[in-house]
Design a protein. Structure first.
Lengths: 137, 199, 397
């Protein structure tokens, strides 16, 4: 056999074709009696239905957890989760946190030093000292 | 040197960063402080590269400024394009920078193919190699028939006994290798395999 | 979670069970139910109107439905019932996440998630869907590859097919779509989970013994590329089976294929093609990394002889540090005055081999401009077909 094919797997470029929202599930845990959960209880009653209708890609789970402060927890496609404690927060503040969870990718927070990260190689290639002309100015 | 300095309209000696280091002392004597915005601006006004078009071009044209990097494999060489491909006509004639003949070859000596052996010679090669493989090795046969050892290998195969003997010799040699040499040889083999994958 | 759902279903379990997916089946199911209710009072053959117009298929379907209804314990259904599809948040979220067309009902999406190892009944598992999806995927991928890179050698086509629609890729896609696996299949499982009977750990997959390949008993015999085209699958592999259960990879691949065909069946060909473009072709693959040459210089010489080019010659273009510990040579391969490829290496032979590899890749990775795929002709008012570039084939030494 003159040439062999090497097996690899194509890598995803989310957004290059279809875009898949990375947040797949949001768990909202509240306390039925607690004062710190008042904001989340109001949020679930007032703002959540509209938000859930806006983002059908996300599965919402609302459940009471007795004797605990309220928590909003995002589950992501990469298997990680991101919990945010929302005790004593107003519904509008909670909405901001929920939007933050919705927009997160689930990755750990990292400093991005380069403006663009791409799988495609550079159009002009990697500079090499053996190529190109010597240019006199 | 003096002629060069006085020659052009805007002497390039006024751009000290372009000069080689030995001229530093020369420039230092005649350096003036950059006291005006206009003068600084003027010095930064470097002419664009010649490839970005001369004033003779009136129409729209493509700027061809090849990158100083190794060529990309997705850029099919013009010779490999099928005859009906549009790109054949679109590619500009690259100026011949250097004659290919003048470039040094990889091998010291280039052997021309002779095609001088006939079937009876080949039969004899086979016969000799089977008869006395110890005497008629590949290289000796190649020398006798004035061909390459590669050709002898293509034409005939060593007998099974000879292969066994050769294998034992190789094992004997390898048994004397220490860990370092063995590892180095294995690494060399792995590197060699990576050439074909271009890694 | 399982227990919660059981309680909710407790009354629906007692009633007759509607698990059928399509409209036709639903309609027939209703007919059957009405029939069976009248059958208790009067003789069914003469009293009901429906019975007279029954075709053979309807009778067959009825027997299947009766069989499902007479199952002793309805809790022991191998896969979740149809009405559960509308109650599953996971399923609705998956539907929205993939931007599936609204014409694709939740019931079908739920059916694509049931593997044949979970539910044997072909009316409720995704086996038939995945067969169609497999054909669609291989058709679209292969026509894309062959038309865009007409000179690819067959072994590389196999490898790139594997990269685009191979089981590993489909498994990764399932994960990236956010589909989770049910730990064990059953009627009480959330229909939004992928259900399959897991392979016991340590089970070895075995090659099919009654395969079409002759002399299969001689495994050491060389398998040529031609025989791979003939007898093996689209990746050049022989089919393998296990006695019981499937691996997670196989189940995920079956699911993705079933989704593809579900879109094709419910939303039509253009939607299926768009889905393929957006989810499969948009993935990144560097074709130049799929090649492995054993003797590139020999191949290049044969290629130039075949195409009537001048004999390729290697020439040193640039070099540095020939006598040092780390020399660098840049070698170009020329045919006449034209440069075919270029490579660099720490020795002259390395640079030469790499240059030959670059030249061969330059040949094989040729891609014509304005490629049009044969499947574009399926659309209405398509422009007349112009033949695509067809190459002689790979270099044979």
């Amino acid at each position: 056999m003159t040439v062999q094919g090497l097996r690899t797997v194509t890598s995803a470029q989310n957004g290059a074709g279809a875009f898949i929202l990375q947040c797949k599930r949001l768990d909202l845990h509240y306390n039925l009696q607690g004062a710190s959960s008042h904001g989340l209880r109001t949020f679930v009653q007032t703002l959540l239905p509209k938000f859930a209708r806006q983002y059908p890609q996300i599965e919402f789970r609302v459940s009471p957890t007795p004797k605990k402060h309220p928590v909003v927890r995002g589950h992501y496609i990469n298997g990680r989760e991101k919990p945010i404690c929302v005790r004593n927060m107003q519904p509008n503040e909670i909405l901001k946190k929920v939007i933050l969870l919705k927009e997160a990718s689930g990755e750990k927070n990292r400093r991005q030093s380069k403006p663009v990260r791409s799988l495609n190689e550079s159009v002009r290639g990697i500079w090499s000292p053996y190529h190109g002309d010597l240019r006199g100015v | 040197m003096a002629a060069i300095i006085t020659g052009p309209k805007r002497p390039w000696l006024t751009l000290p960063f372009l000069l080689p280091s030995w001229t530093d002392s020369l420039v230092l004597g005649s350096r003036r402080h950059q006291s005006s915005y206009r003068r600084t601006k003027q010095r930064l006004r470097v002419k664009p590269d010649a490839s970005f078009g001369s004033s003779a071009e009136r129409q729209d044209h493509i700027i061809y400024n090849p990158p100083s990097s190794a060529p990309n494999v997705y850029h099919t060489p013009t010779k490999f394009l099928p005859p009906d491909d549009v790109r054949r006509a679109m590619r500009p004639e690259e100026p011949v920078k250097q004659d290919v003949e003048s470039l040094p070859g990889v091998f010291k000596k280039v052997y021309e193919k002779k095609y001088h052996l006939n079937p009876s010679d080949i039969e004899e090669i086979r016969k000799l190699r089977l008869e006395d493989p110890m005497k008629w090795s590949r290289h000796k046969l190649a020398k006798r028939f004035d061909c390459s050892p590669m050709f002898v290998a293509m034409v005939c195969e060593a007998s099974q006994q000879k292969k066994e003997i050769q294998k034992q010799v190789l094992e004997a040699v390898q048994s004397r290798w220490g860990a370092k040499r063995r590892m180095a040889r294995e690494d060399r083999q792995l590197r060699r395999e990576a050439w074909g994958r271009d890694m | 979670m399982k227990r919660l759902q059981l309680q909710r279903w407790s009354n629906s379990v007692l009633s007759t069970r509607a698990r059928t997916g399509s409209h036709l089946q639903h309609h027939l199911y209703n007919a059957v139910r009405r029939q069976s209710s009248t059958a208790a009072a009067v003789q069914p053959e003469f009293s009901t109107g429906e019975a007279e117009h029954e075709t053979f298929e309807e009778i067959k379907l009825k027997t299947i439905l009766r069989r499902t209804h007479s199952r002793p314990n309805q809790l022991k259904y191998p896969s979740p019932p149809t009405h559960a599809a509308h109650e599953s948040a996971k399923l609705a979220a998956l539907h929205a996440r993939l931007y599936l067309p609204s014409r694709l009902p939740y019931e079908t999406l739920a059916r694509t998630l049931v593997d044949a190892s979970a539910d044997q009944d072909p009316n409720f598992n995704n086996e038939s869907l995945s067969t169609l999806g497999h054909d669609l995927l291989t058709y679209y991928t292969s026509e894309h590859l062959i038309c865009t890179y007409p000179r690819l050698p067959l072994s590389v086509i196999f490898a790139s097919m594997y990269a685009y629609v191979g089981p590993k890729t489909l498994t990764a896609m399932t994960r990236e779509w956010g589909v989770e696996h049910a730990s064990s299949p059953g009627g009480e499982v959330d229909p939004g989970l992928l259900q399959f009977q897991r392979l016991a750990p340590g089970t070895e997959l075995q090659e099919k013994e009654d395969g079409p390949r002759p002399y299969q008993s001689q495994p050491h015999w060389r398998k040529t590329v031609t025989s791979k085209i003939f007898y093996d699958n689209e990746f050049g592999d022989t089919a393998k089976t296990a006695a019981e259960g499937v691996s997670a990879d196989q189940a995920s691949a079956t699911f993705v294929r079933a989704v593809m065909s579900a879109i094709y069946l419910h939303a039509g060909r253009p939607a299926a093609k768009r889905f393929f473009q957006q989810h499969f072709l948009s993935r990144h693959l560097n074709m130049a990394e799929l090649f492995n040459f054993e003797q590139p210089t020999r191949d290049l010489t044969r290629l130039c002889a075949r195409e009537n080019f001048e004999r390729p010659v290697a020439k040193v273009i640039a070099e540095t540090g020939r006598k040092s510990r780390h020399p660098v040579f840049v070698v170009g391969i020329f045919s006449g005055q034209d440069k075919l490829g270029e490579g660099q290496g720490a020795s002259l032979s390395e640079a030469r081999e790499r240059a030959a590899v670059a030249a061969l890749k330059g040949w094989y990775l040729y891609s014509p401009l304005n490629v049009r795929l044969p499947s574009a002709m399926e659309e209405d008012e398509a422009a007349p077909w112009k033949p695509v570039h067809v190459d002689l084939g790979e270099v044979i030494v």
